[in-house]
Design a protein around this ligand. Sequence first.
Ligand code: HEM
Length: 448
Amino acid sequence: MLSNINALEELPCQIARGRRTEKIGDHQSNRARCPESHGFISSCPIRIARRLVRLVCEPDHMPVLRSNVTFGGGRRLNSIDIANASSANGTSGCRSIRNGEGMTGSSVAKQLVDAIIANLPEPAPGLRPVHTMGVGVDGYFMASDVARNYCIAEHFRGHRVEVSVRFSNGFGGPKQHDGWSDVRGMATRFHLQGGVKDGPATDLIATTLGEFFARNVEDFFEFTKIARQHPVQRESPWRKILDMLQLKEPVRDPYPKETTNTDAGALSYANRYRFAQLAVFEAAQIGAPVSYTRATYHAIHTFMVEDPHGVRRPVRFSWQPVAGVRTTDPTATPVDKYLRHELEERLRRWPARFMLMMTIGEAGDALDDPTKPWSARRVRVVMGTLTLTNLAKDQVADGERISFNPWRLVPGIEPSGDPILHARRCAYEVSREMRGGCPFIRSQADAK
Ligand code: HEM
């Protein structure tokens, strides 16, 4: 899919100059994370190249554990804030922060959503502009014994918490292509205070990508300008061999019925902006999971969590599938629709489980930059287990109209200063309004 990432050619020199000595981390695509299931060949030039990209992108080693620090500069925002913003049936919360927060207000949010829509292969009015095709699932979360020592948030206290999960394909548009290589989403709502679906809640939104391709809103707009839909064509076998010999990723063959995609544009963007290379390269390698429950999902941004002693720590969350990671055979003809049926059948037989992992940042780790991974040597804590029991009965309410927001937080968890995280708050509200999604507190009429 990708070819000619210019910077790859410089990498050996940088390493030879001793610029990077750190061990390669585990923030790789699902396929790379599970070498046993995918015939990992350590000498494969593509994998070497990807590791090289990672070596250069990874921040320098920072060994000192830091705690009780203040980040982000933002005030604590919790579910009540979001409820207030949404109960006015609009983006009032977004309007209130428009002045003084520059690229996070509702007008910028509208531009962000419009920029996404402008680049869709096919319009999808009334649906999400990205992660359009998805499925709602019911389940529950049980915090681990140690979770409450690290975070005072309600869902980490140890009692059973009902959850609604929406799994999705990353593509925007009404066509379903489960078997295509694509980033997948897992948005989780923890229903607090008794588990009432319309009551107080907190969300955790994650994707199979370990890092993002933009550091801020300006980068994101630039990406949408460069990574536009282009016609796709098959590359000759000789060209592929040549690419591999040059440590370039050969362009993958178009899928049946695939006429355009954004791969060439994403590649140009990655060629121009080094910070985007890790995410773009990972996305190109990501493949298709055999099941929504057999992928690792990352919340990407840094959040601040507070422990019972008032100590605040920077953390990143991810979901690890208990069944392990597995992707489909990339050489087989992709199947368009299987993920929903697979999930339904799987849950009919047995519940599916994920472990919620919390990685604790250390001094010098990138807190406000979602393009930068943290070292694989950071402490990781198991915060709990998610058990998925069945597909949601009402897919309209719990799959389509449900609206997640990464700012739907509770006391004990705060956003970092990450500009992308800040921009998402209003962008998701704008999108929710445009498609008629549910506000945070659903009225009786909405719930029907
Ligand atoms: C500036 C950056 C971003 C923009 C503008 C953006 C925009 C959007 C929009 C408009 C939606 C549809 C929301 C709705 O209608 O309910 C959405 C959904 C989603 N986004 Fe983002 N996004 C951004 C970054 C991210 C990042 C960093 C992640 C990784 C965690 C992510 C993961 C998702 C997922 C999983 C969904 C589907 C949620 C669902 O199932 O409802 N997005 N995004």
